[in-house]
Design a protein around this ligand. Structure first.
Ligand SMILES: *[C@@H]1O[C@H](CO)[C@@H](O)[C@H](O)[C@H]1NC(C)=O
Ligand SMILES: *[C@@H]1O[C@H](CO)[C@@H](O)[C@H](O)[C@H]1NC(C)=O
Ligand SMILES: *[C@@H]1O[C@H](CO)[C@@H](O)[C@H](O)[C@H]1NC(C)=O
Length: 408
């Protein structure tokens, strides 16, 4: 009786109820069209870049041939702008006839034949964000259509929808996806539309109904956007992090890495922090002519292993200086990993390199001895004694990303 009473008080706090479709047991990894290709629909002017079956097939081939699938990037997802502007006479969704002449089932078959999973995009409102026909009023048929096309992932945006109705509309559509019998990873934008309307989302409900969910604005192709996103996540982490776990994850949006907006050092920062955050790793970049330095970051197995860690605990920003001067632009992010290890990212937001010394307590590390593995430069091994401090040299707008392994 006493145990039961204790459980009523505490067990609810300890376990987050999750959407039970067996998917996203680790954060999903893949490629999504939006950041790089947006709503490019003029295939005459931009034959290689327009949202089309040609693009998806070409990228699917590259995901395999360039080693991304082997590293874990398994989803390829078409974002907005794949639809005709009008539904069919029967009210069904029609993929753009010129850009997807063979239809979505054939494209799904092609993607599956490559060993990849296929994702698509819709919107819970009357229109998608780019003005194509949305789900509202057509949910049941559309869920069946996605099931018949054999998709594996659906990103559902929230433009042209009533924000107050989202906490009903998203779960309802999720039940329709479930009823198709096909496991479809469900990506929701419901918290984002609430948070940016000054409503704190009910993440208990979100995690019960969605595999991943966007919390914050679309990420853009620049460093400031990455920083702004990190700042918001850090400032709101107490509300967000407890709801991440196997099957359900916060989604700070795509990896900008490999595009024009980030330097190599800034790209390392995003890869490190997204791994600390147990965030979906969704590239959105031209894979054909990627600079090797960016490709190495995206394919870094040690960093991906942090992101995919089985414990499934979202890391936290554990230290941020309140001081002026050299330490003011520094942050420490910390994620607990399975087996007692920890991943720590030391971010320097200054536009110049910096040298800095941290204590165990600032790093939120128990006062013990550790072996330290540099995740971007595995040849750099060092150790930290329990009574010593750690001195780091961090590049301008860069990161040192370490795995700390306790010496028993
Ligand atoms: C549907 O939901 C039930 C109950 O949560 C779950 O057991 C089942 O695996 C789900 N099926 C699909 C296809 O998502
Ligand atoms: C949040 O959602 C959960 C699960 O659906 C529900 O039990 C709870 O009452 C909601 N909390 C609030 C404050 O609405
Ligand atoms: C570590 O840093 C703290 C804070 O700056 C300092 O008090 C302490 O003496 C340092 N310890 C060592 C071994 O340098």
């Amino acid at each position: 009786m006493l145990l039961q009473a204790i459980c009523i008080v505490f067990c609810g706090l300890l376990s987050v109820q999750a959407l039970d479709n067996g998917l996203a047991l680790t954060p999903p990894m893949g490629w999504l069209s939006w950041l790089r290709y947006g709503c490019t629909i003029d295939c005459d002017a931009k034959p290689k870049e327009c949202i089309s079956e040609h693009l998806i097939r070409r990228i699917a081939d590259l995901l395999v041939s360039e080693g991304y699938v082997a590293a874990g990037y398994e989803y390829i997802i078409i974002d907005d702008c794949w639809l005709e502007k009008q539904r069919s006479a029967k009210g069904l969704m029609v993929p753009d006839r010129k850009r997807f002449p063979n239809g979505m089932k054939a494209l799904a078959d092609y993607v599956h034949s490559k060993g990849l999973k296929f994702g698509m995009y819709q919107d819970i409102g009357t229109k998608t964000c780019e003005g194509y026909p949305g789900l509202q009023g057509h949910e049941l048929y559309d869920a069946d259509t996605f099931g018949a096309w054999e998709i594996d992932y659906l990103k559902v945006d929230g433009c042209y929808a009533n924000v107050n109705g989202m906490s009903q509309a998203y779960p309802r559509f999720g039940r329709m996806l479930n009823a198709t019998g096909r496991p479809i990873l469900y990506g929701c934008s419901w918290p984002f539309f609430q948070e940016t309307n000054n409503v704190h989302s009910n993440y208990t409900a979100v995690a019960e109904n969605c595999n991943i969910w966007r919390n914050y604005y679309d990420i853009r192709n620049n460093w400031n956007s990455v920083l702004t996103t990190m700042l918001w996540i850090g400032d709101n982490q107490k509300r967000l992090a407890p709801f991440a776990g196997p099957g359900h994850w916060n989604d700070p949006d795509m990896l900008v890495i490999g595009n024009s907006g980030l330097t190599v050092d800034q790209a390392e920062v995003q890869m490190a922090i997204w791994s600390i955050l147990a965030a979906p790793l969704m590239m959105s970049v031209e894979l054909e002519d990627m600079q090797p330095a960016f490709k190495r970051i995206l394919l870094n197995r040690d960093v991906i292993a942090v992101n995919q860690d089985k414990l499934g605990k979202q890391g936290l920003r554990v230290w941020r200086s309140g001081e002026a001067g050299e330490r003011s632009q520094l942050e420490i992010w910390h994620r607990k990993l399975s087996g007692g290890a920890r991943a720590l990212a030391f971010v320097n937001r200054h536009n110049h390199p910096t040298e800095v010394t941290f204590t165990h307590s600032e790093m939120k590390l128990p006062q013990k001895d550790y072996n330290i593995q540099d995740l971007f430069k595995p040849e750099n091994q060092q150790s930290l004694k329990q009574n010593a401090n750690l001195t780091l040299h961090i590049k301008a707008t860069g990161v040192m990303f370490y795995k700390f392994i306790l010496i028993q």
